[in-house]
Design a protein around this ligand. Structure first.
Ligand code: SF4
Length: 225
């Protein structure tokens, strides 16, 4: 991050940015994992399954699909006992219900045998269908352990701020691990998902009404509202 801000901009202060983000997102719909956590589905297993279901699925779909599924099964043993065809039916609406059902059954059996959800990035990623984003969400939201989950919103916005300068979500995660204070590792996903949907949108972000305008370097923003 620069030390001398450009004309019209303030020094980038990450604590101030998070205070402003909390205010800016207070009235917006929550990201699915955090919404489920706040509705009582905070266990590492439920967070793991929900994160897997959320891959390439909109939050507006993920939350009701997960609530329907967890009403039927919310422990590894109960999930592993579901017939595959029933699980596919329960996942209807989410993307790729068949492969996701197979992944959920496979990881549920393994966790039921092991007796606990793994609580490390490596252990989680050894489960079928689990990549870095799902593992980080499970660690962060399910276990409360510091982990940064970088989706397309976190990647886009951290680059627009000028806080990182990267070309892929994977590189953004590495850059944030090196730069972002640990106290914000879980929260950055919670804040930037709704902020990215409603304010700092992919096309024509709402810069003129954005609370972060003074801090943000607007890197790569050529057209905005
Ligand atoms: S000023 Fe614009 S680019 Fe920067 S965070 Fe706000 S909406 Fe996004």
């Amino acid at each position: 991050m620069d030390t001398a801000p450009p004309p019209g901009k303030a020094p980038f202060d990450i604590d101030l940015v998070f205070r402003l983000l909390r205010e800016a997102t207070a009235g917006l719909p929550k990201a699915a994992m955090f919404d489920l956590r706040d509705q009582g589905h905070a266990s590492p297993f439920e967070q793991l399954v929900a994160a897997l279901i959320s891959a390439r699925t909109r939050d507006e779909t993920t939350t009701p699909v997960c609530l329907r599924l967890f009403a039927r099964a919310r422990t590894p043993a109960a999930m592993a006992a579901l017939p595959e065809a029933e699980l596919v039916d329960l996942l209807q609406g989410a993307t790729f219900p068949e492969p996701k059902a197979r992944d959920i059954l496979a990881l549920s059996r393994r966790i039921a045998e092991a007796g606990a959800v793994p609580d490390t990035m490596e252990g989680l990623q050894a489960l079928r269908g689990v990549g870095p984003k799902i593992a980080a969400l499970t660690l962060g939201v399910g276990f409360g352990k510091p982990a940064i989950s970088v989706d397309i919103h976190v990647h886009r916005i951290a680059n627009r701020w000028g806080y990182v300068a990267t070309t892929t979500p994977e590189r953004t995660m590495q850059a944030l691990l090196a730069t972002l204070p640990e106290r914000y590792w879980i929260e950055i996903n919670e804040r930037l998902v709704p902020f990215g949907k409603f304010v700092c949108t992919g096309e024509r972000p709402r810069c003129s009404a954005c609370a972060l305008l003074r801090q943000c370097r607007q890197v790569g923003v050529s057209a905005h509202r």
